[in-house]
Design a protein around this ligand. Structure first.
Ligand code: CMC
Length: 429
């Protein structure tokens, strides 16, 4: 008997099966042969929220949640955060290797020179109410952007696909910043091709009457590091949305809009906003014990910015972000919420409730404080997450399209509704 198999005995029938094990995994479809009788559909697995199901093979991002390891294409996140920049990291995610000098220059040029968006999109923004959430505007604008490039539906044409990737990565900062300026009732600030990706975004966000916007180098760098840290995180909720929607072979703009919608939720990309709300509500270090008691009481209050489906150790991104926070505060002055955050973290890391459940700070615990210090309004936080995550989404989408194992995503269900019954006319119900 081969040693890399799983022996299964179906006690309903007494039959035995040998299921191959490859890469630490059995194929769910191999269970289908296990049948009660000839009419049986075959055994399925029940796995809501994909707690223990690999939906793909991927060579992009590696996470070891127990050890707190995160690597993009094999490179540790700590090294990328310290030595790379966002556009180089995006190239790495999308292409599998770090770029040569020439490749990086070309990629940076291409992205920089595709940042303008069609002027018609400004009327789309005008259709939104002045106080519309910028994430709603981002989702709608990205979807609308696709209608300007009908060729984008040719997803199996490598050149066309690459063109859309450049466009989406480039225009994310413009769409995001225009959404903000619209919310603020300020005139749009156009891209400046002399600036780096991060500085250009800050230029479109915050430029007022100055002839040339100059970002503070420490803030430009902090934003770039945050972009690197958020660029990919393997099969999270929004990436799964990107793959799932993309598996219908829709154009990448529509799939990115769907992924961005998934990111908008408070349990995913909206968590950093929730962290600031929570810290503001706590208000003072002296109120922390009472807040922790509420979290532990099981009344549904969560310590936002804590816990992760995969990390059961300190999120490596949170460590890097904490250091970036101090660099930013040197320029902007310390956030009054920092002391509350630090004390909350200290108490939680010692408290049995959190220790037992392996709840550690995640990427969102400190990122909101940085964004707030940099004068981004809270509504922009998930947008700031979406800007770099787009490179991860597109890398994963591209990988999916090239993977012969993939088909249109179509989970199974266990039907628990009523058995067949006859329609009753309204007078007889
Ligand atoms: N505060 C208090 N208790 C928590 C928390 C928290 N933040 N997170 C999990 N728990 C408890 C939960 O109540 C449960 O306890 P019990 O076993 O007694 O029922 C246990 O820990 C396991 O929680 P879970 O909900 O089964 O864990 P999950 O893997 O489904 O959830 C999570 C992961 C991130 C949704 C969750 O930890 C959470 O809601 N955290 C707060 C929101 C947050 O910070 N989200 C950002 C995630 S990182 C950014 C990203 O990648 O999107």
């Amino acid at each position: 008997m081969a040693s890399n198999t799983l022996s299964v005995t179906d006690n309903r029938t007494g039959k035995k099966y040998e299921i191959p094990i490859n890469e630490g995994t059995i194929k769910a479809i191999d269970l289908r042969q296990i049948k009660n009788d000839a009419n049986d559909f075959g055994l399925m697995t029940y796995d809501p929220a994909f707690m223990n199901t690999a939906a793909c093979r991927s060579a992009i991002t590696f996470i070891d949640g127990d050890k707190g390891i995160l690597e993009y294409r094999g490179y540790p996140i700590e090294q990328l955060a310290e030595q790379s920049n966002y556009l180089e990291t995006a190239f790495l995610l999308l292409n599998g290797e770090l770029p040569s000098k020439e490749q990086l220059a070309q990629w940076t040029y291409d992205v920089t020179y595709h940042t303008f968006i069609n002027e018609n999109l400004k009327s789309l923004l005008d259709a939104f109410r002045y106080n519309a959430h910028p994430m709603g505007k981002l989702i709608a604008t990205v979807a609308a952007l696709g209608t300007f490039y009908p060729e984008a539906k040719n997803i199996f044409d490598v050149e066309t696909r690459q063109k859309q990737i450049v466009r989406i990565v480039a225009k994310m900062i413009t769409i995001a910043a225009f959404g903000y300026r619209h919310m603020m009732g300020q005139p749009y600030s156009y891209p400046d091709n002399d600036l780096s990706y991060s500085a250009n975004f800050l230029n479109m966000m915050f430029k007022t009457t100055e002839v040339k916007y100059q970002a503070h180098p420490a803030l430009e760098h902090a934003l770039d590091v945050l972009f690197i840290l958020h660029a990919d995180h393997e099969q999270n909720c929004s990436t799964s949305a990107m793959r799932s929607v993309g598996s219908s072979h829709v154009d990448p703009y529509s799939a990115v809009a769907a992924a961005a919608a998934a990111l908008y939720g408070p349990l995913h990309g909206g968590a950093n906003e929730e962290v600031i709300r929570m810290l503001t509500e706590i208000g003072s270090v002296k109120n922390i014990p009472a807040f922790i008691s509420r979290v532990k009481s099981g009344e549904g209050v969560r310590l936002m910015g804590f816990g992760h489906r995969v990390y059961k150790n300190y999120d490596p991104r949170a460590k890097i972000i904490k250091n970036v926070a101090y660099e930013v505060f040197e320029v902007t002055g310390k956030s009054p919420l920092l002391d509350i955050a630090l004390e909350l973290e200290r108490i939680a890391l010692e408290d049995e409730y959190f220790v037992k459940r392996k709840l550690y700070p995640n990427v969102d615990f400190y990122s909101g404080l940085i964004y707030q210090a940099m004068k981004f309004p809270m509504d922009m936080f998930p947008v700031l997450f979406a800007i770099p995550r787009v490179s991860g989404w597109l890398a994963q989408w591209q990988e999916m399209l090239q993977d012969a194992d993939q088909k249109i995503a179509r989970p199974r269900q266990i039907f628990v509704g009523p058995e067949r019954r006859d329609y009753a006319p309204i007078g007889k119900r």
